[in-house]
Write a protein that binds this ligand. Structure first.
Ligand SMILES: *[C@@H]1O[C@H](CO)[C@@H](O)[C@H](O)[C@H]1NC(C)=O
Ligand SMILES: *[C@@H]1O[C@H](CO)[C@@H](O)[C@H](O)[C@H]1NC(C)=O
Ligand SMILES: *[C@@H]1O[C@H](CO)[C@@H](O)[C@H](O)[C@H]1NC(C)=O
Ligand SMILES: *[C@@H]1O[C@H](CO)[C@@H](O)[C@H](O)[C@H]1NC(C)=O
Ligand SMILES: *[C@@H]1O[C@H](CO)[C@@H](O)[C@H](O)[C@H]1NC(C)=O
Length: 321
């Protein structure tokens, strides 16, 4: 009887969608495995358990937003005072490239973006989720405090918060080897890995206090002052230990009156920070090692480089509490 159950479990493990097809759902407590650093030679799925060391997307990005409004203030969706908001936790490949929507059996994003796995017409279509929103998945776990936290700090713009959480889970979390279904064992509670992902993304967010690190350098939102990219980078490197990617939106510098004629076409409104890390063992273990955003030779910012070119805007009245 026991051995029949055993083989059924193995078959179930094989049948579930997986980044590493054929992986058994047994023995992934990670009690016996040495946790390796992601993107090191030992983080190889052929030789180590990919549930216990991140082997698929080993360059982990903890990302945050600075928005000045949500667009849904009238329904109570507001921004947290004196705090940036959580964007997500992303698994890039070690070379800085990435993939998305890795397991369409866990597609809960009502507005997939892009709408194919590659973002081109040749990719696999990502079907829009029509079921109940992802926040309803948390109720059976009784984690209403988690939900309350998410509604305070994980804020969408222009659409309800749960749509954003679903987007982050289905587009990104399904591409971590350590959030793959076989990792959760033969009697996993449905959606346990979703809750685990939300809690993990929050754990990284909480130790990356962008507001406080900028504030420690005297950098606060102001509609009358401007800042230099170098000063922002210095403040965040002092806090984090490596320079994160800093993203700007808004008009390009040389499209503004002040920047007319300049060759600098960086954008002018501070809006995002992406902290790069390698992680020891499971990303859930929360042991990140800071990595320079420029480590792979890519862009470290989309912002204007001219001194005093960046605006860190105050939020709209009524958009934060
Ligand atoms: C799980 O671990 C046990 C104890 O080490 C071992 O006997 C068994 O073969 C392992 N099963 C799988 C599927 O790896
Ligand atoms: C794992 O093994 C496969 C098959 O031998 C091979 O193609 C692949 O390159 C190996 N992966 C790594 C990261 O070494
Ligand atoms: C994706 O969106 C584009 C642009 O709106 C549309 O033309 C295309 O048909 C969509 N593809 C799928 C698979 O939904
Ligand atoms: C802005 O700068 C870019 C890059 O130097 C240049 O290609 C573009 O023509 C400039 N645009 C304007 C409006 O000056
Ligand atoms: C600051 O400026 C932005 C952009 O113009 C505006 O949306 C926001 O309401 C302003 N905030 C305050 C407090 O004036």
């Amino acid at each position: 009887m026991k051995s029949i159950t055993f083989s059924m479990q193995v078959i179930l493990g094989v049948a579930s969608a997986s980044l590493y097809p054929g992986q058994s759902n047994l023995n992934h407590t990670c009690a016996l495995q040495t946790p390796y650093l992601s993107c090191s030679p030992q983080a190889n799925p052929n030789t180590t358990d990919s549930c216990c060391t991140e082997t698929y997307g080993g360059l982990v990005l903890a990302t945050q937003f600075w928005n000045t409004y949500t667009g849904l203030e009238s329904s109570g969706q507001v921004l947290p005072k004196d705090s940036w908001t959580l964007h997500g936790l992303w698994p890039d490949y070690c070379d800085g490239s990435y993939t998305q929507y890795c397991d369409l059996s866990r597609q809960y994003d009502p507005v997939p973006s892009p709408n194919t796995t590659t973002g081109t017409p040749s990719g696999k279509p990502v079907p829009a989720w029509k079921g109940p929103d992802i926040s309803t998945f948390l109720a059976p776990f009784g984690k209403l405090d988690l939900l309350a936290y998410m509604n305070k700090y994980w804020i969408n713009q222009g659409a309800p918060n749960p749509d954003f959480w679903a987007h982050e889970f289905s587009k990104h979390a399904t591409c971590f080897s350590t959030f793959d279904l076989p990792c959760y064992g033969p009697s996993a509670v449905p959606n346990a890995e979703i809750v685990d992902f939300f809690e993990t993304a929050i754990a990284y967010y909480r130790i990356l206090p962008t507001w406080g690190w900028l504030g420690a350098a005297g950098i606060y939102p102001s509609n009358s002052t401007t800042y230099s990219l170098g000063k922002l980078q210095g403040a965040l490197k002092d806090g984090f230990g490596a320079t994160p990617y800093i993203g700007c939106s808004g008009p390009r510098w040389n499209e503004t009156a002040l920047g007319k004629g300049s060759a600098d076409n960086g954008r002018t409104v501070l809006s995002e920070v992406w902290y790069y890390m390698h992680v020891f063992g499971r990303v859930q273990g929360r042991q990140g090692v800071p990595v320079e955003a420029g480590a792979n030779g890519g862009s470290v910012s989309s912002c204007v480089k001219v001194e005093g070119g960046v605006r860190y805007l105050e939020r709209s009245v009524g958009s934060e509490v």
